[in-house]
Design a binder for this molecule. Structure first.
Ligand SMILES: [Ca+2]
Length: 209
């Protein structure tokens, strides 16, 4: 390695040490590698049958991942399932599941959310859902969040299960967490077609002449 290259390598190494760098896009969003890439700072989270499972073990069970929103990402989506098994004290508010997209450092301001809340998706044990339909679509068990304008930003994706004495023991399951990138039209192919058509036209004209 030349001395110039060594200097470059040292600068790059220092840069890596100085600033935390997160992966671009979601890592291990299908949980095929267990909880690799994810952290579970509160409560009990495990991987069962290919799903990340948040159990109502404490007041808050959380599964989160820091990542960089890809430059061409247009949306973030995940599959979820909520299970509420009878058999608990009653009298409290309903257990609830939320998904949030936050800035990755304090004060963790939401990057996208339901107005007045920090999450972009909410569902509780009464079956009540809350989300802003201008940024979130829910089709069956798949939730999709619009990421327009957030390209390249550092983000913290957080799934939370809030447990209360509502008569049910809750479980929230999450799978297939991913960002989807825009489908870029193929100008080269379009140009290729028009060139081919132009060439065919020229050929036809030449035959007529
Ligand atoms: Ca409960």
């Amino acid at each position: 390695m030349s001395s110039a290259l060594k200097v470059v390598a040292a600068v790059v190494a220092l840069g890596l040490l100085a600033t935390p760098t997160w992966a671009i896009g979601i890592t291990n969003g299908d949980f095929g590698l267990g909880l690799t890439g994810w952290s579970a700072p509160f409560g009990s989270v495990s991987v069962v049958g290919g799903w990340a499972v948040l159990d109502e073990s404490t007041a808050i069970t959380r599964l989160e991942q820091q990542f960089v929103i890809p430059g061409s990402a247009v949306s973030l989506s995940f599959d979820y399932a909520l299970v509420f098994a009878p058999g608990e004290l009653t009298g409290g508010p309903p257990d609830s599941f939320t998904a949030s997209l936050l800035g990755p450092t304090p004060p963790y301001n939401p990057l996208r959310s339901t107005p007045g809340y920090s999450d972009f998706f909410y569902e509780d044990s009464s079956g009540s859902q809350s989300y802003d339909s201008s940024i979130v679509t829910v089709v069956g068990s798949t939730v999709t969040l619009d990421l327009s304008g957030l390209s390249g930003q550092d983000a913290l994706l957080s799934f939370d299960l809030f447990g209360y004495d509502d008569g049910y023991v809750a479980q929230a399951k999450v799978d297939n967490v991913k960002t989807t990138e825009s489908v870029i039209p193929e100008p080269i192919t379009a140009v290729g077609i028009s060139l081919t058509l132009a060439a065919a036209g020229m050929y036809a004209r030449r035959r007529r002449s």
